[in-house]
Design a protein around this ligand. Structure first.
Ligand SMILES: *Cc1c(COP(=O)(O)O)cnc(C)c1O
Length: 227
């Protein structure tokens, strides 16, 4: 592995561009979210200096401690919440994040809708789908995704932009990415949030519009991520 963050970031960007080209997709159609969870604010500076503007965090509190000063200094930074959201954190999440990838139940949809109206903000929203039907993992079951997206629209007044998944760690990710892409097509959603350090090139081949890459950019994490 390359020894500097700049080199690793540049390598990931190169792999994404190559995967886009191989899939006959336009350059830049798969956008890179640099997943910075567990890394301190200082570690963000070289990534920002290298032009990275999309960052992903999985905990609201950690992001609140890390990002406000950096966002004030670089207003074009986009923050994406990629971890599970509790409804009692909806206020903070809507205040801080430009996108939320983990809408997966009515209670969260309702809490987000209330805050979106109250704060007059429009974060991009993704519905998380549990493509592997793993009991310990967040996300709505694939067969319930279309009805849930419809309820988000009609009952909660939420515009859902796309779907997100985290395939089971022990399985080949391709079939899960294919399923997510098929569901999004059926529902009529344009955005697909899928692919992590180990499988983002595969995700681009299956149509990812956002890939979420942490370790391959920032190095290995000191403690494991929550599911
Ligand atoms: C941590 C995390 C990632 C990034 O994982 P890496 O393997 O470090 O690239 C992507 N998506 C979610 C939801 C995560 O929690």
């Amino acid at each position: 592995m390359s020894d500097s963050l700049e080199a690793r970031l540049s390598a990931v960007r190169g792999h994404i561009a190559a995967a886009e080209a191989a899939a006959h997709r336009p350059k830049g159609s798969a956008r890179l979210i640099a997943v910075s969870k567990t890394f301190p604010a200082e570690a963000m500076e070289p990534a920002i200096a290298a032009g990275q503007r999309l960052f992903g965090e999985n905990r609201v509190q950690e992001a609140q401690a890390k990002w406000p000063a950096l966002v004030a200094a670089h207003p074009d930074i986009e923050l994406h919440l990629i971890g599970p959201l509790q409804s009692n954190k909806a206020r903070e999440a809507v205040a801080l994040f430009d996108a939320i990838h983990t809408v997966d139940r009515d209670k969260i949809a309702g809490a987000l809708a209330e805050e979106i109206t109250r704060q007059d903000k429009r974060p991009k929203l993704f519905v998380q789908v549990n493509t592997g039907l793993e009991p310990q993992k967040a996300g709505i079951a694939p067969r319930e995704a279309a009805a849930f997206v419809e309820r988000c629209r009609t009952e909660h007044g939420l515009a859902i932009g796309g779907l997100m998944c985290i395939p089971p760690a022990a399985e080949a990710p391709g079939p899960h990415f294919a399923l997510l892409a098929k569901l999004a097509g059926e529902i009529g959603l344009a955005e697909l949030s899928m692919g992590m350090s180990g499988d983002y090139e595969t995700a681009v081949a299956f149509g990812a519009t956002y890939v979420r890459v942490g370790g391959a950019i920032f190095g290995s994490r000191a403690y494991p991520p929550s599911a």
